[in-house]
Design a binder for this molecule. Structure first.
Ligand SMILES: NC(=O)c1ccc[n+]([C@@H]2O[C@H](COP(=O)([O-])OP(=O)(O)OC[C@H]3O[C@@H](n4cnc5c(N)ncnc54)[C@H](OP(=O)(O)O)[C@@H]3O)[C@@H](O)[C@H]2O)c1
Length: 275
C-alpha cells in the first residue's frame, strides 16, 4: 500500500505544502506510511529511526517518488543523546509526528520487573514528552504547529500481554489532554491516533516474543492463528500501515484547526466503547 496514490490529497488540499515536517520513527510501519502521506502533501520532510540502512533507503525512495527533500536522522528517540541528535538536525518543524516502539509483549504479569517498567516509561512516555517539550515553544512563537502521537489503542483498551505498552501510553494521553488545551490558543494542536492490530514490520518482529509470552511454537502460522482467535476484530482483518496514515496526515494538516486533544482509535472496531 505504501506509495499508492493518496486519495486524501486528491480529495482535499491538506494546506501544508512547503511546511517542515518531522516524522520521528519514519522508516517503517505506520510512521513510514504517515511520512508518505505528508510527502505527497508537499512538505519538507525529516524522518528519524535507530537503524540507519532502512532509514536512508526510505528517505531516498520518498524523495525520488515525491520530488521533495527528505532528510534522514539516525536517532533513538528514547535516549537523551538520540533526542539531542534529532533536535540538532531538525530544530524547527511545523509538523511533528512521533512513534516509538515499546518493549515486547510481556508474559505472566508477575514477571514484569521494575527495569521493564522503566524501559516502557522511557520509550513510550518520556521519549514523546521530551520531543514535544522541545518543539512546542518554537511552534507557539510561530503561531502554528501540529503534533500527532501514534500510540496504541491499548492505552484505552487494557490488555494483559501489553502491560509494557498500554499503561505508559494512558499516561501520555493524560499528559496530552492537559497540554493540548494549554497551547491550543497559540495555534499549536496535539492529537493522538491509537492503532489496533496492524501487520507492519514491527508486528512481524514481535511474533517471536508473542510466542514466548503465550508459550507457543514461534512459527508465523501458529502465532497468527492464536492472535486472530484472541483478538476479535469486527472489520475481520489485520490492518495495513496505510489504514492509519490518512487520519494521521489529516491531523497534521491545516484542516484540523478545531481538533484539540483527541484520541482517535483506528482498530477495525475491536475496542468497544461509545467515547
Ligand atoms: N503494529 C501493531 O499492531 C500495533 C498495535 C498497537 C500499537 N502499535 C503502536 O504503533 C506504533 C507504530 O507501530 P508499527 O507497527 O508501525 O512499528 P514499526 O513497523 O516497528 O515502525 C516503527 C518505526 O519507528 C522507528 N522507531 C521505533 N522505535 C524508535 C526509537 N526508539 N527511536 C527512533 N525511532 C524508532 C522504527 O525504526 P527503527 O526500529 O530502526 O528505530 C520504525 O521506523 C508503535 O508505537 C506501536 O507500539 C502498533
Amino acid at each position: 500500500m505504501i506509495g499508492a496514490p493518496n486519495l486524501l490529497e486528491k480529495i482535499m488540499d491538506l494546506g501544508i505544502q512547503g511546511k517542515k515536517a518531522l516524522m520521528a520513527g519514519g522508516s517503517a510501519g505506520m510512521g513510514r506510511a504517515t511520512a508518505e502521506r505528508l510527502a505527497e502533501a508537499g512538505v519538507d520532510l525529516y524522518i528519524s529511526a535507530r537503524r540507519e540502512e532502512r532509514l536512508v533507503a526510505a528517505a531516498k525512495e520518498m524523495s525520488e517518488r515525491h520530488g521533495i527533500s527528505v532528510t534522514p536522522i539516525v536517532a533513538d528517540s528514547s535516549t537523551e543523546d538520540g533526542r539531542r541528535a534529532l533536535f540538532a538536525a531538525c530544530p524547527d518543524p511545523d509538523i511533528l509526528a512521533i512513534t516509538i516502539k515499546p518493549p515486547a509483549p510481556n508474559g505472566n504479569f508477575l514477571n514484569v520487573t521494575p527495569d521493564m517498567w522503566r524501559s516502557s516509561i522511557e520509550t513510550t512516555l518520556v521519549g514523546p514528552i521530551e520531543i514535544m517539550r522541545n518543539y512546542i515553544p518554537g511552534m507557539k512563537e510561530r503561531k502554528w504547529g501540529r503534533i500527532v502521537n501514534i500510540a496504541t489503542f491499548s492505552a484505552k483498551n487494557p490488555m494483559i500481554w501489553r502491560l509494557l505498552s498500554g499503561p505508559a501510553r494512558s499516561a501520555l494521553l493524560n499528559y496530552t489532554a492537559s497540554v493540548s488545551r494549554e497551547i491550543a490558543p497559540h495555534g499549536v494542536l496535539i492529537n493522538n491516533v491509537l492503532p489496533g492490530m496492524f501487520r507492519t514490520e514491527g508486528f512481524d518482529e514481535n511474533i517471536e516474543p508473542y510466542a514466548d509470552a503465550f508459550g507457543l511454537e514461534p512459527d508465523q502460522e501458529t502465532c497468527l492463528a492464536h492472535f486472530m482467535e484472541h483478538n476479535q476484530i469486527p472489520a475481520g482483518f489485520l490492518a495495513e500501515a496505510d489504514d492509519l496514515a490518512p487520519m494521521a496526515a489529516l491531523l497534521c494538516s491545516s484542516l484540523s484547526r478545531f481538533i484539540v486533544g483527541q484520541n482517535i482509535v483506528i482498530d477495525g472496531g475491536q475496542h468497544q466503547s461509545i467515547f
